[in-house]
Design a protein. Structure first.
Length: 268
């Protein structure tokens, strides 16, 4: 029996929820009919701002919020849509032909203002909820920091160029002047377009042999001292009775009389 009551309670609660939502949407649709009496499409779109918006923001709060800001925005959206739905229900009840309370003129004015305010509020909350997603929030913050860095880099580059303006202008001036000279044919380094000459076959020359004497200065070779050789003959005294030898003649021919040995006559 307990299980049967639990199942029945679940079914009754689902039917009750649908009935409450249907009642709210019906009264809201009636109030929108007074705001747009001849436009059925605007009445349907008005339900998106109130009843349907409350349900959507509730689902987003539970399943589609990942950051603290997204939870806050979805909660604000649900509360605003729910209060707007209650306001539309109150306007429809008061303007529905009842005679128990007197309806003031401001009720109709707030019906118009409430519709405009709810349209703007839900649009802002929708964009803000998407913008506060963690990945979007990271891209926005990093993009802002990158933009500040680029702005500072541009400022520093501008200051540096302002300091080096004269030197850079001098380089550009030199290039312009050289280009004008080349255009007018006044430059010294022009390339002559001469025809190519034929290549003749010439015998290969024998490379000069290497000699260490080629590295020596020519003046050193001339100033080299000459060495002369002279034979020394020992002196012989007359008391010994010997005749001194003839001097050394190295360049005399073999037939010269000097080659014949000299004989000393015997003394009696």
């Amino acid at each position: 029996m307990k299980k049967v009551l639990q199942s029945a309670a679940g079914i009754l609660f689902a039917v009750f929820s649908i009935a409450i939502l249907g009642l709210l949407m019906s009264l809201t649709f009636g109030a929108l009919g007074k705001l747009f009496p001849d436009n059925f499409m605007n009445q349907i779109w008005g339900l998106v701002l109130f009843d349907i918006a409350a349900m959507i923001w509730a689902l987003v709060f539970v399943f589609k919020s990942e950051s603290t800001m997204q939870y806050a925005l979805s909660a604000i959206g649900f509360i605003a849509a729910f209060l707007g739905t209650l306001g539309m229900v109150a306007v429809e009840v008061m303007l529905g032909g009842q005679t128990f309370i007197e309806v003031e003129s401001w009720v109709g004015e707030w019906l118009v203002y409430g519709y405009v305010i709810m349209t703007a509020l839900h649009s802002a909350l929708l964009y803000a909820h998407h913008a506060t997603a963690p990945e979007i929030h990271e891209k926005i913050n990093v993009g802002i920091a990158r933009g500040e860095i680029v702005t500072e880099a541009i400022k520093q580059a501008t200051d540096s160029l302002e300091v080096q303006k004269a030197a850079l202008a001098e380089n550009i001036h030199r290039d312009i002047v050289n280009q004008v000279k080349r255009d007018l044919g006044l430059s010294r380094g022009q390339v002559l377009d001469l025809p190519a000459l034929p290549i003749l076959d010439t015998p290969a020359q024998k490379p000069a042999s290497f000699s260490l004497a080629n590295l020596l200065p020519f003046t050193w070779a001339k100033s080299k001292p000459k060495v002369s050789y002279q034979a020394t003959v020992p002196a012989v005294s007359e008391s010994e009775g010997a005749t001194p030898p003839a001097p050394f003649l190295g360049n005399q021919p073999k037939d010269s009389p000097s080659d014949t040995p000299t004989t000393r006559p015997d003394h009696a």
